[in-house]
Design a protein. Structure first.
Length: 409
């Protein structure tokens, strides 16, 4: 997702509606059980709120609309607490007492630090300042950073129930996942914290138009504008990335976790339908997609179908990049190979050097469908994840139908 690469504030959490968890060795968390309210300090004096719950079984559950994220790797030494979410490298570290936490979000590879505080006993995400005077339910044709060379289009999809607002923004490269917030008067605020995203959207509605500001952590912000348009659709995700003229098809050779070089046309892969996933272990949309592919792979096992993931990692060393891949495989139970395509940067222009036959790498994730003869039949840019509702269901139906067609050839 384009904005995401400008806004990498990554903290380690397994992104799913119901996340599998690991064993917590703490005998008893010295935090009061129940509802907690947390805030991140962003720019312009604003705070990004989210809520979580300390459970009786010594775990935390973070909430974003319908999403629940379970976190169990929590270490306490004296009055210091460290929270390590699954999959990603970031940590929350600071001091605490039974009803308060004062800490930092730390992302070592990107050298980013964000202030974090949490207080026990408050369940509401945002304070409601007034009754709503507008209803944002519906679809909104959106442009981020309008009038600049960095502008990009999106589709806002929202549902309002009284003061409560939920939904997401879909873009050509992915979605902003589960957003939750409020409407008061003609103002709105939405936020999400999922361990990799720390996003705040705030703005004002005037008739069928709105204007606002998008904040990612404390290091990035951009304006956005939108107009109500229930008929608006994004560009075709299957037409954005393609094989350039002068190339016969897709070729690559990258190492797996064992250090073995794996090529697309290895003898054990020839004659099979191959699904190639361009992704990064730091990317929430990629994790949403990976969880779907894992479920599909396990439910449709056949000798004629193989998945391969190509990981483009910003970890500074090969060792740390492989460690991130191993963590993802373990936490998401990924049964297919994840190859290390690049480390030290997730810059898409640099990544394209690894796959020069593509016109562009526009998005993590991107999926390439290769038929039994080795012909690239389709390239799908981005991923409509579970937060997009019906679009996610459409993607799953289309994916299954196309793979079934390839297998039948």
């Amino acid at each position: 997702m384009k904005a995401f690469f400008a806004t990498l504030l990554v903290f380690t959490t397994l992104l799913s509606c119901k996340t599998e968890t690991t064993t917590n060795t703490q005998e008893s968390l010295p935090l009061k059980t129940g509802d907690w309210h947390a805030v991140l300090d962003v720019q312009d004096g604003k705070q990004l709120p989210f809520t979580f719950k300390v459970n009786d079984n010594n775990t935390l559950t973070v909430f974003n609309a319908e999403e629940e994220i379970n976190v169990e790797d929590i270490n306490v030494e004296g009055d210091t607490i460290t929270i390590q979410f699954p999959v990603y490298e970031g940590i929350i570290k600071g001091t605490f007492d039974s009803t308060n936490i004062s800490a930092k979000y730390i992302k070592p590879s990107l050298n980013r630090i964000v202030n974090f505080t949490a207080t026990y006993g408050k369940k509401d995400r945002f304070e409601i300042e007034d009754e709503p005077s507008v209803d944002m339910t519906g679809s909104w044709e959106t442009i981020f950073s309008p009038g600049t060379e960095d502008s990009y289009v999106a589709k806002g999809i929202f549902k309002q129930d009284g003061n409560t607002l939920t939904g997401t923004f879909r873009t050509t490269t992915g979605d902003y996942r589960y957003l939750e917030g409020v409407v008061y008067g003609n103002y709105f605020e939405l936020s999400t914290f999922d361990g990799a995203h720390a996003f705040l959207f705030s703005g004002q509605v005037e008739g069928d138009q709105l204007k606002g500001t998008f904040y990612s952590g404390n290091h990035f912000k951009e304006p956005f504008e939108a107009m109500r348009n229930d008929a608006y659709e994004l560009p075709d995700a299957n037409a954005l990335t393609y094989i350039k003229d002068g190339y016969d098809g897709l070729e690559f050779t990258f190492p797996n976790l064992k250090g073995e070089s794996i090529s697309l046309n290895d003898d054990n892969l020839k004659g099979k339908v191959r699904i190639i996933q361009i992704m990064g272990t730091w990317c929430p949309n990629c994790l949403d997609e990976t969880r779907y592919y894992v479920d599909y792979y396990n439910a449709n096992k056949t000798d004629d179908l193989e998945f391969l993931a190509l990981a483009f990692e910003y970890a500074p060393t090969k060792e740390k990049a492989f460690k991130s891949i191993e963590r993802l495989k373990d936490n998401a139970n990924v049964p297919y190979p994840i190859l290390l395509a690049q480390y030290g940067s997730a810059d898409k222009a640099k990544s394209q050097e690894k796959l020069p036959m593509l016109n562009q790498i526009l998005s993590y994730p991107t999926t390439i469908f290769v038929d039994k003869k080795g012909v690239v039949r389709k390239i799908h840019t981005g991923f409509d994840g579970p937060a997009t509702g019906e679009k996610y269901e459409v993607f799953k139906r289309e994916f299954d139908a196309f793979v079934t067609e390839l297998l039948a050839e």
